[in-house]
Design a protein around this ligand. Structure first.
Ligand code: ASN
Length: 309
């Protein structure tokens, strides 16, 4: 019962209102930026025979419906690729809930939620340079909108929102790893004054391997400065059947659930594309200058949460 009272006290804090105003303005700015660039907005789907296998182990999140086992959406990656094949869907985005039942190893993470929202986009025939330029524009636009419209709320939160005028730097993960070791993201995020991109990570099969360069990848993360950590991950995509099979087998994946997706690829229906997903709560946390992701949500969904409500 103590906890219920504490929750009520949290709800009464003036920061809660300031964050809510910023959240709304932030979502408006993100969506407007892409709508103004001819993107079409899709609604999310939450269950499917396939979802993002992710690059790290999580507990399975599945439900039974009649004779079917359906996975809850970990990310909409495959549905983005499939949606791009629909008429007029050259550029798409979704404000999408993602469920990831993370392992207890990261229970102290200030950047992970068991369910979170992703601002997820994809561009037919896009490449990484185009996608990275769009992401930089999107982030700068959103911060400018918050600065213009939410001055009172930023003051309430005691946040001096930094102004990024220069271009976001681009580094390659192999260079950073050689210089700083495996913790390079953390070290670089602590040192940086502006957001920056890191390219070339070995991860999920759908991120495109650089043609003619085995073991090198056309993907990118955006990292916030001032120790706020990862903002976004994205990539160019594999779209050729043989190469997709190669990448899946390399990761010893079970191909059976992907039969329909593979059939699509086999028929040559997938487009080359590039896209990415920006963590909405992480952006809100950065804008609000909060250090824990729990602090920008009304309902706690951190790994250590006891799910009060
Ligand atoms: N949304 C990411 C992407 O587009 C994938 C992810 O969330 N793992 O690459």
């Amino acid at each position: 019962m103590e906890e219920v009272q504490r929750k009520f006290d949290d709800f009464s804090h003036p920061d809660v209102e300031a964050i809510a105003v910023i959240r709304g303005r932030m979502l408006q700015a993100l969506q407007q930026y892409l709508l103004d660039r001819d993107f079409k907005q899709l609604l999310p789907i939450l269950m499917s025979p396939i979802t993002d296998p992710l690059n790290h182990a999580v507990y399975p999140a599945e439900i039974q419906y009649q004779d079917r086992r359906l996975k809850l959406t970990a990310s909409m990656i495959f549905h983005k690729q499939l949606a791009l094949t629909a008429k007029g869907h050259e550029r798409i985005f979704i404000v999408a809930p993602n469920i990831r039942l993370e392992k207890p190893e990261i229970k102290d993470s200030v950047n992970h939620l068991l369910e979170f929202s992703q601002f997820d986009f994809e561009i037919r025939n896009g490449n990484m340079q185009q996608a990275m330029a769009l992401i930089e524009g999107l982030v700068k636009h959103t911060l400018a909108e918050i600065r213009e419209h939410c001055g009172e709320q930023l003051t309430q939160l005691g946040r001096q929102l930094p102004h990024f005028e220069t271009a976001f730097a681009v580094y390659s993960s192999d260079e950073l790893r050689a210089e700083h070791g495996d913790d390079f993201e953390k070290i670089m995020s602590a040192k940086a004054n502006t957001p920056f991109f890191v390219t070339n990570y070995k991860r999920e099969f759908y991120d495109r391997e650089t043609p003619g360069k085995r073991g090198h990848y056309n993907n990118y993360d955006l990292i916030y400065p001032d120790s706020y950590g990862e903002a976004l991950s994205g990539a160019e995509r594999e779209f050729e059947y043989e190469q997709i099979l190669y990448r899946m087998k390399e990761l010893s994946m079970d191909l059976a659930p992907f039969a329909n997706y593979l059939e699509f690829a086999k028929r040559g229906l997938l487009y080359p594309s590039a896209g990415g997903g920006l963590g909405i709560e992480r952006l809100l946390k950065f804008i609000c200058g909060k250090r824990h992701i729990r602090d920008v949500a009304l309902f706690d969904r951190t790994v250590a949460s006891n799910f009060l409500f």
